[in-house]
Design a protein around this ligand. Structure first.
Ligand code: AOF
Ligand code: ZN
Length: 363
């Protein structure tokens, strides 16, 4: 199963919105075929492994990092292919949370005369596809909040001004995280002061897939010509009905979030709407305002903080300067390591404590 998981990890960042899945076929204690899922619409891991094994698949055990599917999606069900190839036993790391599967794969295998086991290295399998699991089981994406800060906790040397905080290695590291995300979200303030592209440029140029870029701009302050809307890939503005038409006319898709009552949480609405669009992982990369609002809403599942070894001084424009009460409690450190000249800290919400040791090894 460890081998199946390692194969699965090769598909990370390219299979979206599908999960990354790996499969190893073993007969008489020897591997006879292996495969992994590369991209949505392409063959599933089991099909690749069966193709590799050919006739040797008969009587073999299949180790799969996710329950085999029993539905016709973009591709035919793997269960049928496994049974037709004469697989005797299937060991799955975890049940597929996709409502089209959820145990139906295992049930169909059993009905077809196959022995099955589930729950082998389950936590590793869930962590690898934490966005996919969160979307299907909780109706929202897995939210990763990124911040690059000085040692005195500031985003910039002076409010409203662009400052380079971290070094080149941290910048590359950020691109790796963006590449693994389904969507990247920033705020209007960041677009106005930095005019960032927010696309993925490393480690592969051009990358196989660009995450959806989102700008949270409820007052319609951003220029439709801003680079975030023009960079390669797809972008959209999260705004209100009042401003939607203006951006639509400029060729930018508006995601309309009209919050009518004070207690209707716009974050909850946005996350629900993104899950419906098959967004598994949302990477939030913004300035103090949106970052504080994300924290105050208790949204981040995971925190990635880059600390630069410098003090800006002269007052604090970072998180501490926010007037919003922050729910900083309930976080658990999972990793700390140097990235170039900076330090990278990672934390998860306490409720994810079970996954913490596995997250440390992941990306
Ligand atoms: C598997 N093996 O390698 C993957 C699975 O549209 P489709 O046909 O690609 O189906 C997508 C769904 O299939 C996805 O939501 C998940 O439930 C399952 N993914 N299943 O047996 C695989 N990638
Ligand atoms: Zn399948």
């Amino acid at each position: 199963m460890a081998r199946a998981l390692a194969l699965a990890a090769r598909g990370r960042g390219t299979t979206d919105p599908n999960p990354a899945v790996g499969c190893v076929l073993v007969r008489d204690d020897a591997p006879v075929g292996e495969g992994w899922h590369e991209r949505a619409g392409g063959p599933h891991a089991e099909i690749r492994a069966l193709d590799a094994a050919g006739e040797k698949a008969r009587g073999a055990t299949a180790y799969v990092s996710l329950e085999p599917c029993a539905h016709h999606g973009r591709t035919p069900p793997c269960v049928g292919a496994l049974l037709a190839a004469g697989i005797a036993r299937v060991v799955a790391a975890v049940e597929d949370p996709d409502p089209r599967v959820r145990g139906r794969g295992v049930a169909a295998l059993r009905a077809g005369g196959c022995t099955t086991d589930t729950g082998v290295l389950e936590e590793n399998a869930v962590v690898l596809n934490r966005g996919f699991f969160t979307r299907h089981l909780r109706g929202r994406p897995w939210v990763v909040l990124k911040a690059a800060l000085s040692l005195d906790g500031a985003f910039t040397a002076r409010a409203g001004e662009r400052t380079t905080v971290t070094g080149e290695d941290a910048r590359r590291d950020v691109h790796r995280f963006r590449a693994a995300a389904s969507a990247v979200l920033t705020g209007a303030g960041t677009v106005l002061t930095d005019d960032p592209r927010l696309d993925v440029r490393f480690p592969l140029d051009p990358p196989p897939r660009q995450p959806l870029r989102l700008v949270w701009d409820r007052e319609g302050r951003t220029d439709p010509q801003a680079r975030v809307y023009r960079a390669p890939g797809t972008s959209a503005i999260v705004t209100t009905a009042r401003h939607a038409a203006r951006y639509a006319a400029a060729g930018i898709e508006p995601i309309v979030l009209d919050v009518k009552t004070g207690d209707d949480d716009p974050w909850r609405r946005l996350l629900g709407c993104l899950a419906e669009r098959d967004i598994n992982v949302l990477w939030v990369e913004s300035g103090p305002r949106l970052t504080a609002s994300c924290l105050a809403a208790g949204c981040p599942d995971e925190l990635v903080v880059y600390l630069a070894p410098r003090f800006f001084g002269g007052g604090n424009y970072g998180l501490a300067a926010s007037s919003t009460p922050l729910s900083g409690q309930g976080l658990l450190w999972v990793d700390a390591r140097p990235v170039g000249s900076d330090l990278r800290l990672r934390a998860v919400r306490e409720e994810h404590a079970r996954w913490a040791p596995h997250l440390r090894q992941d990306l």
